[in-house]
Design a protein around this ligand. Structure first.
Ligand code: G3P
Length: 217
């Protein structure tokens, strides 16, 4: 499973990138707002750091507007993925932009039927939002499972990009189901390294090592 980082925080991206943990980056208008930076300037900086796909989201509501904004965002760098919402207009924009050979991430997906439409429209990535379904007492992972089955049934090439990931368990479950990509906030990716037994074991080893009176360096 590829790891995308769901943030516009360039320091956080750099830290994970140095460890080879960043296969791509996703941003959205809320994350750009949180960064306090200009969309083109911060997106360019991210594209210079990361060689994989970097999603930048359009904000127009009509297809022509999304297409124009998508083309403008694509000028930032070759690895830009244009993000459009899963609306009828978004599907039209996806069809046109993917037909021009551009990467398109269709976002705000909450049903298997929406994902089926995005694949038919030529999406490079479909972004089902797990956490926001969980928030409504639904199971976001059921959606990932349904889309996996449908895409495999018909050999769709659209990659499942599990989004709105909120926990380390989301990461594990997305990987078990076979999501192609998971995009997660930096703190969730870092938390995957944590285990109480690792901390406890390390503590015991260090106490015994101290008793030996030895040094390695
Ligand atoms: O990639 C979409 C993601 O940023 C949404 O996450 O936590 O705002 O539902 P969240």
């Amino acid at each position: 499973m590829k790891f995308f980082v769901d943030t516009a925080d360039t320091d956080a991206i750099a830290e994970l990138n140095d460890l080879g943990m960043v296969d791509g980056v996703t941003t959205n208008p809320s994350l750009i707002f949180k960064s306090g930076r200009d969309i083109k300037e911060v997106t360019k900086q991210i594209c210079d750091m990361v060689s994989g796909p970097v999603s930048a989201e359009t904000v127009a509501l009509d297809a022509d507007g999304m297409i124009a904004e998508g083309r403008e965002l694509a000028k930032i760098a070759d690895n830009i993925t244009i993000k459009v919402p899963l609306t009828w207009a978004g599907l039209k924009a996806c069809k046109v932009l993917s037909g021009e050979g551009r990467m398109v991430n269709v976002t705000l997906c909450f049903s298997a039927n929406q994902a089926l439409l995005a694949a038919k429209a030529g999406a490079t990535f479909i972004s089902p939002f797990i956490g926001r379904l969980d928030d409504l007492n639904l199971d976001g992972m059921d959606l990932i499972e349904e889309i996996r089955t449908i895409y495999d049934n018909y050999d769709f090439e659209t990659e499942i990009l599990a989004a709105s990931i909120r926990s380390v368990n989301h990461m594990k479950e997305a990987a078990l189901i076979g999501a192609d990509v998971a995009t997660a906030p930096p703190n969730v990716i870092k938390a995957m390294a944590n285990h109480a037994l690792t901390d406890k074991g390390l503590d015991a080893f260090l106490k015994d090592w101290e008793k030996t009176g030895q040094k390695i360096l």
